[in-house]
Design a protein around this ligand. Structure first.
Ligand SMILES: *Cc1c(COP(=O)(O)O)cnc(C)c1O
Length: 232
């Protein structure tokens, strides 16, 4: 029972340290628990430790785990962080409070159309590909400009910022470069679309979150460093 609480304590400590070192306010950083492959008892422990934001990368798995959990913990916020197929978009909308992994114009159209009659807008992040092997994400900032215009053409989609995944490598400068290109894209989008909220920079995972924090991350997506290794 203690493992997750202890891991959380250590994570908060490291986040605090980096923020102080680079002159950032630790209060502007959100910690997401990436709970894929972990079951209810682990979610519960993370919640007890103060986690309110969870991330899942598959609609089906989230649909199995989260409706019950959310019923017991109504303040839970759940974000989709994995590749979303268009035919799963409807199911995803019933589960997730935000889709972070918006990486194709057809997906924006699908989400925009499905949310036309909603009361509450859906928050989306645009994903930029910055070198990670899977190639998920828009390839460059020009594509992000066009994606933003498309998001803005739907009344119930709201932009919250950007997301990326750094390449899985030991090369810290490569990782840093990946995060810097997300920051640079954000800066350009801010100038082009000053009316949108670009405050969320979702970048940094277990093995690279300290670099992400140094570069300006405001949302860290942490799985392994919190729950331990995944056993698929
Ligand atoms: C699995 C996953 C994470 C968490 O990875 P860890 O290395 O376990 O912290 C973060 N972001 C995305 C998109 C993921 O799929």
């Amino acid at each position: 029972m203690m493992a997750i609480a202890e891991a959380l304590r250590r994570l908060y400590e490291r986040i605090h340290e980096v923020c102080i070192r680079v002159g950032r306010d630790p209060g502007e950083v959100r910690l997401m628990a990436v709970s894929k492959f972990h079951e209810r008892d682990a979610l519960e422990e993370a919640w007890q430790g103060g986690i309110r934001l969870f991330g899942e990368n598959r609609v089906q798995e989230a649909g199995r785990k989260f409706p019950g959990f959310k019923q017991d913990h109504p303040r839970t916020e759940l974000h989709m962080i994995g590749s979303l197929q268009r035919n799963k978009a409807k199911a995803a909308l019933a589960l997730f409070d935000c889709i972070q992994s918006v990486d194709r114009d057809e997906l924006i159209t699908e989400l925009g159309t499905l949310t036309l009659k909603r009361e509450q807008p859906l928050m989306v992040l645009l994903e930029l590909h910055t070198g990670e092997a899977s190639k998920a994400g828009y390839p460059d900032v020009e594509h992000l400009f066009r994606a933003t215009e498309r998001v803005l053409s739907f009344p119930n989609l709201t932009i919250g910022g950007l997301m990326t995944m750094a390449p899985f490598t030991e090369d810290k400068e490569l990782i840093r470069g990946s995060f810097r290109s997300l920051v640079s894209a954000r800066d350009q989008l801010r100038i082009r679309f000053p009316g949108c909220d670009w405050s969320c920079l979702s970048m940094g995972m277990s093995n690279d979150f300290e670099i992400a924090l140094e570069e300006g991350a405001t949302l860290l997506r942490i799985g392994t460093a919190l729950f331990g290794e995944r056993r698929p």
